[in-house]
Design a protein around this ligand. Structure first.
Ligand SMILES: Cc1cc2nc3c(=O)[nH]c(=O)nc-3n(C[C@H](O)[C@H](O)[C@H](O)COP(=O)(O)OP(=O)(O)OC[C@H]3O[C@@H](n4cnc5c(N)ncnc54)[C@H](O)[C@@H]3O)c2cc1C
Length: 546
């Protein structure tokens, strides 16, 4: 099935000419998860996203599917258990996208995490989260921590723990979940901004008004139920048409920076305490290491969270304190991203102690709007299940069982029941046979999984291009346009491939070619392509020329 502009056009004319069952606003992981669950239960669903899928926080996270270790500190045992179970399910749903990541947790001498707390905590974690035998935590003496990471500041280390987190590509996971919903008949429409609600005579919401950001038109889309899953915009969306909403979110910003692995050559991911005793991650990926995250109150533009020099200084000085010999400089920072956390205030008392990092569902009895905010990437399936139960009860007066734990995402499906790893290895070999390095081949396979074969056939067909690196990039672009609802080159460089974060030099080298190619296809108004070009250029300039 095509998941492209023609799909978008067809679905738009379908959903605007009839009454739908469910509209979900927000194409982050929460909205995509709800669309998948609802469409899997046979609910006719529309998913509306104002920009690209995962262009909000779902493409700007630490990219970990947590086992829930951090929740132990808040004694959230139930949450640890649920998170651990979810992690195993997500790995089964998408083995090519959700993979184990060995992680070193050094215990520092003057740190806030005591050895006792760490031992009990990780033991409890293994037990509650149902961690696989071969992934259970190992206690390390100082000497073993030093052997694993000789550059870690020696006089700070007391001991350590070796355990497993799972890593993912947050934006691709979101896209794949949304695409899976589309395979089940959901209408997934990006660049469709909800600007207001439609009401019946008793002031109940019966649909939404949408601006189509690709052609300037406006539409009315009707549905039995509307769900607001707009992440840190949830409070704003809940007040459209001056609705009286009690949703109060505290917004904090978290940034990550990317350096070349040669400048921070760590052996595995590290999770430890930063200078101010907040936890900090160092995660190797695609020949780079990303470092994060910050946690500062955010009152700025919700659509464009910025990265300040202060944010970068904080991460660099924490890295340099922990790894003094690497002496990271500002010029070593190649790229980065910023995401906003919507932390939920309970409405009764508004003070810091009532802020929760859990998700919260709000049912507006007057308008009928259902809103959900907070939560984690890791917990999206359970959040979707809870919302879909409510939606199904409203529409059909019954609930059926959630079956999303049985879904196998497209990029993890093989043909003829071939074992997945053999299939992926063959794909990688085919790229190597065409002259690419194993690193490049594995990078493509890590991104597209079994769909790499489509990229390869696109590459073979693109014989007019004699620069093999550009040819592969254009084959990727073409695939993303046809099968991943990629509308603009910036969607490609950010959400679909992450090149702007992990290979910004390649983007700088070739991005004008991708825009030229897009203009040749000529299916989007050229002024929109021009402003997308300006956006990409501005991002590149903000990093490359620093
Ligand atoms: C720095 C950071 C690191 C994190 N790391 C992790 C991690 O490692 N693991 C983990 O499990 N969780 C992590 N999280 C949490 C996780 O990323 C979020 O909980 C999750 O991505 C939120 O998804 P969402 O769909 O609710 O929101 P979003 O992804 O923000 O999606 C909301 C969407 O709604 C759209 N929208 C808004 N208004 C409208 C409108 N009017 N019309 C149409 N669409 C609209 C937006 O464009 C956006 O795409 C992290 C969060 C942050 C900030």
């Amino acid at each position: 099935m095509k998941f492209d502009l023609s799909y978008r056009d067809k679905e738009l004319s379908r959903i605007t000419t009839k009454k739908n069952e469910l509209i979900v606003i927000g194409g982050g992981i929460t909205g995509a998860g709800i669309a998948l669950d609802a469409s899997s239960r046979g609910i006719q669903t529309v998913l509306l996203e104002k920009r690209d899928l995962a262009s909000g926080t779902s493409g700007r996270s630490t990219k970990l599917i947590h086992g829930g270790l951090r929740y132990l500190r808040q004694l959230e045992f139930g949450l640890v258990k649920e998170t651990g179970r979810e992690r195993a399910i997500l790995h089964k749903m998408a083995p090519t996208l959700v993979k184990p990541e060995p992680m070193l947790l050094p215990i520092l001498k003057n740190g806030t995490l005591s050895l006792f707390e760490a031992i009990i905590g990780t033991w409890l974690y293994d037990t509650l989260a149902g961690v696989k035998k071969n992934e259970r935590r190992k206690m390390l003496l100082k000497g073993s921590v030093r052997a694993l990471e000789p550059a870690l500041r020696e006089d700070w280390i007391r001991s350590g723990i070796y355990y497993y987190e799972y890593q993912t590509d947050d934006a691709r996971l979101t896209m794949e979940i949304a695409r899976e919903a589309a395979y089940r008949n959901a209408s997934v429409i990006t660049y469709a901004k909800v600007k207001g609600f439609l009401f019946d005579s008793s002031k109940k919401i019966i649909g939404v008004c949408v601006d189509d950001l690709l052609n300037g038109k406006s539409y009315e889309i009707k549905a039995d139920v509307v769900v607001n899953a707009t992440g840190h915009w949830t409070d704003i969306t809940s007040r459209l048409n001056n609705l009286n909403s009690n949703i109060v979110l505290k917004k904090t910003k978290g940034i990550h920076i990317v350096v070349d692995a040669a400048n921070l050559p760590i052996g595995q991911a590290i999770y430890t305490e930063a200078l101010d005793r907040r936890m900090i991650f160092f995660i190797p990926k695609r020949g780079k290491v990303y470092i994060g995250t910050t946690d500062t109150d955010y009152y700025g533009d919700p659509d464009n969270p910025d990265i300040t020099e202060r944010d970068i200084d904080y991460l660099l000085s924490s890295a340099n304190a922990l790894f003094p010999s690497y002496k990271l400089k500002r010029t070593d920072v190649e790229s980065g991203w910023a995401g906003i956390r919507p932390l939920v205030f309970k409405k009764e008392t508004i003070n810091n102690s009532t802020i929760s990092r859990k998700d919260e569902i709000y049912l507006d009895k007057n308008s009928g709007l259902i809103s959900i905010a907070g939560g984690k990437l890791t917990g999206f399936r359970k959040m979707a299940e809870r919302i879909t139960n409510i939606v199904e009860m409203k529409i059909k007066n019954r609930t059926t069982k959630c079956g999303t734990h049985n879904v196998l995402l497209h990029s993890s499906k093989t043909e003829n029941n071939l074992p997945l790893n053999d299939y992926l290895y063959n794909c990688s070999n085919e790229l190597v046979n065409r002259g690419f390095t194993r690193f490049t081949a594995d990078d493509i396979v890590a991104r597209y999984g079994t769909a790499t074969k489509n990229i390869i056939s696109g590459y073979d067909n693109m014989q007019h291009c004699n620069n093999s690196e550009l040819r592969l990039l254009l084959a990727e672009y073409e695939y993303c346009k046809q099968h991943e609802l990629c509308i603009f080159p910036s969607d490609f460089f950010m959400q679909r491939t992450g090149y702007i974060y992990f290979d910004i030099k390649k983007v700088n080298l070739y991005y004008t070619h991708v825009y030229e190619y897009e203009k040749k296809i000529n299916n989007i108004h050229s002024t929109l392509i021009d402003s997308d070009y300006t956006l990409t250029t501005a991002i590149l300039n903000s990093w490359i020329h620093k």
